[in-house]
Design a protein around this ligand. Structure first.
Ligand code: GLN
Length: 484
């Protein structure tokens, strides 16, 4: 049962091949057997899940239907679910119990989903390997000595290891797409504003976005139908027309123009990754899609721009963790100021502190103009690059990551090297456009998954779903299983 996609399990549940309780129990059995190796979860919500599964079975027996009725799903541990722990993989929030549901969670519940538990991540979503978790690292199911990517590494590993049918992640600079790429699953970062951020613990509020991590593009389309849409609780969520994303699965791609940005295929990319992406482009051409060369000239500034803006926003967002209102409080202090300082010193990990300091620095008077303001200007140039590109093409095709999953410990002590590996994903966040990562091959050198990234105009997730689904109908990369 754990091998099913959402759509397959839905069908089976409707045909009464097994019950939602049986499905949920089967997934927990799978979790029990592989979790000692993978460690994708930080806590399980077994009691809640079994209740939800029972309810789903009652509804199924009464002939009712809902988009995710009885479907077991995992949540990245920065998405709040009422009365359960939401730790952001930080000591700072280790004992924090969310007092309310994130909008995505209330929508999942309303759609009948079964919530299995919370998945591991880099602390406060800062990282690209899930090694910055305060709890423990997560291992890549394809090779336990390698990272699953990050920051949604737990969600990606859980989907790849069949420890859930699908998961939600969040993507501020690539945290859905890069781990999906590293673990050989499908990961969609929607347009900024497409999915409500209410109840998502903030990292960088102008970049953060929640999205589905699934076994197939079709499952992502189904999840998008549930989680997307305007929310009065999030003033940045967009009030735009909401399509039925499932309708895009049938679209004919003939004549659709795919832009190949020349800057994405320069030095630094692993030749095997490049070859795999080029092969995928040929497959897309066989659907009648037309190739056009495009240019995104400001790509080279995207890493610097992102790390200025994201850190600036993080330094403001994380100022709320002061030991007073919620979260960890240091016991070793005699006065208020010391309590603030010790709480933050003891509660945050190294990477989080590095970002708070960087962010505070670029916002400080005297440096604001030179760094933050300039970063915002370059962000506009990057956005304009995409606007120009989309005058020539409908979707942009690129790699997600210049490399396949690296070894645990290999980069964690070299932050610059870690930051540079985000080069292909962060410009979509800076521009606010949607992007999807889809498996497109396996490396012959290390047998790790390779992915292709598709990007489209604001609020055109439909094109990503259309192209991604046709690709999966005609290839088998997404069906390959890790040798767990
Ligand atoms: N790897 C990037 C970072 O460390 C992206 C993280 C994310 O998308 N949350 O900031």
């Amino acid at each position: 049962m754990h091998r099913k996609t959402i759509l397959q399990a839905k069908e089976d549940l409707l045909q009464k091949k097994y019950s939602a309780v049986e499905l949920t129990k089967a997934i927990y059995q799978r979790i029990e057997s592989v979790e000692p190796k993978v460690q994708a979860y930080v806590h399980l919500t077994q009691d809640i899940a079994l209740n939800q599964a029972q309810e789903a079975d009652q509804k199924l027996a009464a002939g009712q239907d809902a988009p995710l009725l009885g479907i077991p799903i995992a949540l990245k541990d920065l998405i709040c679910m009422q009365d359960t722990r939401t730790t952001c993989s930080s000591k700072m929030l280790d004992q924090f119990i969310a007092p309310y549901d994130a909008t995505v969670v209330s929508r999942l519940k309303k759609a009948g989903a079964v919530i299995l538990g919370k998945t591991n991540m880099d602390e406060f979503a800062m990282g690209s390997s899930t090694e910055n978790s305060w709890h423990h690292p997560t291992m890549n199911p394809w090779d336990l000595s390698r990272v699953p990517g990050g920051s949604s590494g737990g969600s990606a590993a859980a989907v790849a290891a069949q420890e859930c049918l699908a998961a939600l992640g969040s993507d501020t600079g690539g945290s859905i797409r890069q781990p999906a790429n590293f673990c050989g699953v499908t990961g969609l970062k929607p347009t900024y504003g497409r999915v409500s951020r209410f109840g998502l613990v903030a990292f960088a509020s102008s970049l953060d976005q929640i999205g589905p991590m699934t076994k197939t593009v079709a499952d992502s389309a189904l999840l998008m139908n549930v989680i997307a849409g305007n929310d009065p609780q999030d003033s940045t969520s967009a009030d735009v027309k909401l399509p039925n994303f499932m309708n895009s699965l049938e679209r004919n791609l003939s004549g659709l123009k795919m832009g190949i940005p020349k800057e994405y295929f320069t030095s630094g990319i692993d030749p095997e990754v490049e070859a795999s992406v080029q092969e995928a482009i040929k497959t897309l051409e066989s659907f009648g899609m037309k190739k056009v060369e495009i240019s995104l000239p400001h790509l080279q500034y995207s890493v610097a721009t992102y790390y200025i803006i994201a850190c600036a926003e993080a330094s403001a967002n994380l100022s709320r963790y002061d030991g007073v209102r919620y979260g960890y409080r240091s016991k070793n202090s005699d006065n208020l100021l010391e309590m603030y300082m010790n709480t933050r010193q003891e509660g945050f990990g190294e990477e989080v502190k590095r970002r708070i300091m960087l962010g505070t620095f670029v916002l400080s008077s005297g440096y604001y103009d030179a760094y933050y303001l300039k970063g915002q200007k370059v962000r506009t140039l990057i956005k304009q690059d995409f606007e120009n590109a989309f005058e020539q093409c409908d979707v942009i095709i690129a790699p997600n990551s210049p490399i396949t999953a690296f070894k645990l410990g290999e980069r964690v002590n070299d932050p610059i090297k870690m930051y540079l590996s985000d080069i292909y994903t962060i410009s979509a966040n800076l521009a606010g456009i949607p992007g999807i990562s889809i498996p497109c091959g396996i490396s012959k050198t290390n047998e790790m998954p390779i992915g292709i990234q598709l990007m489209s105009k604001h609020f055109d997730e439909e094109s990503l779903i259309a192209v991604g689904h046709q690709f999966q109908l005609n290839t088998e990369h997404h069906l390959k299983q890790p040798p767990l």
